[in-house]
Write a protein that binds this ligand. Sequence first.
Ligand code: PLP
Length: 405
Amino acid sequence: MSFSIIGKSIAESVTLKLNETAAILRAKGEPVIHLGIGEPKSKAPLDAITAAASLLNTGDIRYTPADGIPALKQAIIRFTVDHYGRVVAPENVIASGGAKQSIMVALQAILDPQDEVIFPAPYWVSYPEMVKLCGAVPVPVHPEDGTFYPRLQDIEQVCGSYTKAIIINSPNNPTGVIYSEQFIAEIVEFCEKRGIYLIMDDIYNRLAFGGRKPANCYKYLKSGINDSKLILINGVSKQYAMTGFRIGWAVANKKLIEVMTNIQSHQTSGPSVVLQAAAVGAINGIQSSVESLRTTLENNTKVMMEQLHAFTGLRVTKPDGAFYCFVDFSNYNKNSTQLALFLLEKVRVITVPGVEFGLDGYLRLSTCGSIKDITQGIERIKWAIDPNSPNELYIGERKLTRDWL
Ligand SMILES: Cc1ncc(COP(=O)(O)O)c(C=O)c1O
């Protein structure tokens, strides 16, 4: 059988695969703890449900404009004013089937084969594959100082004549760190000066801890939106716990939005009208669920950090937001895939290998589960790899005896 060169070059989504593995094991009655999952457990806001339900009840469910229904565009415009202080026009907005599709369509609109796209490592697993899907070249940048905080000079070093775009994600998946105000100011200015597209993936923007507010990229933009190459990405998945609704959006200059709309119109058409209605409900509705999710995540992160600090040999960086801890397990195993598989096999804990995010030796642990998931999950991991822990562990009724350390 023959497949395309691009098709063959694309890896499967490890995070989605892990969700499937967890579901299969659970269905078999296995006591799985899922510390890999990148989605909050809370319910979608009531306003989202009622908006979608009332539309469904009409039975009048049709195609929508390829770039989204006017009501959703208006809601996104309001969102952009509320959270970024920037007034944009409907022509500056496209709604897609998740932020993932907005990013993909943006990349398809701007990239030619051999163009390069830079993003700091560790990075969200989909960036390299999305760039490759366009026939372009992903260029991950590892901060030279070994931290999770990129500096402009790290990016400048790999930026050349093929560089078409830079992707920045803060709060960051997988590290949870928030890049400094100064870095965002510098990168906006740098891209503007060099005429490079800047994709700001702000999907975790409202999930910041300790009173922090992630930098607002528009604050540093000198040109007007229609003269700029800044693309702002957001969506309902994370902030409203609406991952299954698949609505995300991009805000950018109107010419780019037009090209993105043309692409999306042939790819999937507009997102489902029912789900767009739900997104309108969430964005225009009562916002208390966002704060409630944010505080839960902050608390869960605190508990996870306490557990991890009690675990000798690990290196942990405190997350400033989002719902992940990205932990250096290299003292125990430098091969993160091997370690993740080992933990799944021995103690039924799902983690995501750091190598998928461009940094081996690390595991991404999610704080989306319950406090019980977090404490028991870390306890099981500790038991499996730390020779100082007792030889036996109970998982429910099941007694495990460690014979591998
Ligand atoms: C950094 C980042 N960007 C974008 C997305 C995609 O979000 P959506 O569910 O809206 O497609 C995710 C989801 O995991 C993410 O972590």
